[in-house]
Design a binder for this molecule. Sequence first.
Ligand SMILES: Cc1cc2nc3c(=O)[nH]c(=O)nc-3n(C[C@H](O)[C@H](O)[C@H](O)COP(=O)(O)O)c2cc1C
Length: 346
Amino acid sequence: MGTRTHDQEDLTARQPAHTAWHLAVAPMMDWTDRHCRYFHRLLAPHALLYTEMVTAQAVIHGDRERLIGFDAAEHPLALQLGGSEPRELAQAARIGAELGYGEINLNVGCPSDRVQSGRFGACLMREPALVAECVTAMREAVAPLHTAVTVKCRLGVDDQDEDVALAEFVDAVHAGGCDVFVVHARKAWLQGLSPKENRDVPPLNYERVYRLKREHPQLTVIINGGIVGIDETREHLRRVDGVMLGRVAYHEPYRLAEIEHDVFSTPLPDRDEVLLRLRPYVEAHLARGDRLQHISRHILGLYQGLPGARAFRRVLSEQAHRLDAGWEVVERARMARSSERYSGMA
Ligand SMILES: Cc1cc2nc3c(=O)[nH]c(=O)nc-3n(C[C@H](O)[C@H](O)[C@H](O)COP(=O)(O)O)c2cc1C
């Protein structure tokens, strides 16, 4: 890859300030759908939220409202795309930018078989030149809308040397016009591990991500993988530009509020109040024919760690799937939690 053109430099200047990436919630397939993101937004007003990965082809040919529709309250919001065909990715990126997504992120980290057979996700760590081409095409397509194009990657795959592989990848993709890298701080082992195992088994190497930032201070580097607490987040933010939380934000969503509070000094919301603020959203979606369960499944962990958390979860799990389930089920879950809490104290 050669040096960057003037046009590319101009595009860089229009990207949002790097502080936008201080705190993010990871793209998580089947989890971070629009309902989940709306709920997370109530807990963390400034965190950058990512969609689940959607393939470029699905964006182009699929039901857009269902796949990538969102509520304005979800901003700042990034659309994650999967693919490796530059023209398709460019077209999908343009569609996302026109819909109002502030960032289009390319997935170079997902290790599932389904993804590998389509030649995208983590296996693209082996094809930096192709990823650079994709990024260039996406940037050109969204430039008039001032939308950022970013990449989420791993340290490498399989037997790649994670020092060399990450350096070569980032150099090439940066030359293609990407200045923002979200790095899941472990390799993906494409042979022999399930996607789930690939989030836990290959060892984390935060130091490698810190070094990336030290060696490329002009890049925006966001670290991801295994980060669950306030102190760790602070430590990472001293070395890189941002922290991305995945599973902890889903399973223990109040942690997200606590970390947001620490990073941005946002007032810490009360959990019951978060529920009350969710109510109009839930009722509007129920009125449109959505099922309660599709929203309530994301809030099961709201009281995680507090007395009565199990009762809250149980009532929602047992009752929210009913066809006629309405807000009263959430209210019942909240009451069940209070009673269990008080009976526990007796
Ligand atoms: C259920 C689930 C689905 C995921 N789907 C995606 C995805 O669509 N795109 C992606 O880049 N990463 C995906 N990931 C990986 C996360 O974005 C993140 O990199 C990973 O969970 C490590 O962060 P954590 O340790 O904070 O959870 C997924 C993870 C989970 C648990």
